[in-house]
Design a protein around this ligand. Structure first.
Ligand code: APR
Length: 251
């Protein structure tokens, strides 16, 4: 396969950057076999309705259905491995840290694959599907007695347990969100990788970075609302583009 020639200006910006931030979405895990939400044919939201599965109202209405849908996804992501896009982002972090620079990975994904790939400075905006918390009290719960009920019950209060993910209509974890805004504001280069850019507030992070004067780079095989505003649009699968970019810039 031929190496794509990256614009020399982009390589230059990355070599000089003191602070790099990356926002990822479901597309970064697509090559691991995790379905995205909005891709034609394969996207989860083509098969399921978000209002039936990913809202607090849906959980109140049918907690068993919602718990089981997340249990299915939890098993799915437990069974897959990080792909070269995840690995390249972990390598980007190592390369920057080695040079005393800062790297922040902001993800909308709940699949834990960035962590598995070895990234360390990760902000999880939408939670993590491997964690469970009490629906009533919000407290994280590590284990619970098996009463045969679905969903299981909180060992402290007896309320239902739910996945520690952010549903539509819910607030994002405040600390994570603040850290993400800060990273977008201070970076010199901001990447938006594998996200359709349709869900707020994550969709506004690249805009904040643009307004603060950062170079914005999009990595996505498809066009998104961000594409016309990005300084560089690298069109293709993240698992191909990112490893080649990291190699071109730092190795
Ligand atoms: N490499 C890079 N991008 C890809 C790849 C790939 N191999 N395959 C698909 N994509 C792109 C698609 O073109 C699309 O723009 O990934 C994007 C996936 O978009 P969505 O399915 O909308 O996922 P995301 O942007 O992460 O959704 C945001 O919506 O349902 C909620 O909470 C959920 O975090 C999620 C949020």
């Amino acid at each position: 396969m031929n190496e794509p020639a990256f614009p020399p200006l982009l390589i230059d910006h990355l070599r000089k950057a003191v602070d790099v931030a990356v926002l990822t979405g479901a597309g970064v895990s697509a090559e691991s076999g995790v379905p995205t939400f909005r891709d034609a044919q394969t996207g989860l939201w083509n098969r399921y309705r978000p209002e039936d599965l990913a809202t607090p109202q849906a959980f109140r209405r049918d907690p068993k259905l919602v718990w089981e849908w997340y249990a299915w996804r939890r098993e799915l992501v437990l069974g897959v491995s990080p792909n070269p896009a995840h690995t390249a982002l972990a390598e980007m972090e190592r390369q920057l840290e080695r040079r005393g620079r800062r790297f922040t990975l902001i993800t909308q994904n709940v699949d834990n694959l960035h962590g598995k790939a070895g990234s360390s400075n990760i902000i999880e905006l939408h939670g993590n599907i491997q964690r469970t918390r009490c629906f009533d009290e919000g407290t994280l719960v590590e284990s619970w007695p098996d009463t045969g009920e679905t969903p299981p019950r909180c060992p402290a209060c007896g309320g239902w347990l739910r996945p520690d993910v952010v549903w539509f209509g819910e607030m994002l974890p405040q600390q994570a969100l603040e850290a993400a805004w800060e990273a977008a504001r201070v970076c010199q280069v901001f990447f938006s990788v594998g996200t359709s850019g349709l869900v707020e507030p994550a969709a506004s992070l690249p805009v904040a970075a643009l307004q603060a004067g950062a170079i914005v780079v999009e990595v996505n095989p498809a066009e998104t609302p961000l594409t016309p505003h990005a300084h560089f649009s690298l069109q293709g699968p993240a698992g191909q583009i990112l490893p080649q970019l990291v190699q071109a810039v730092w190795e």
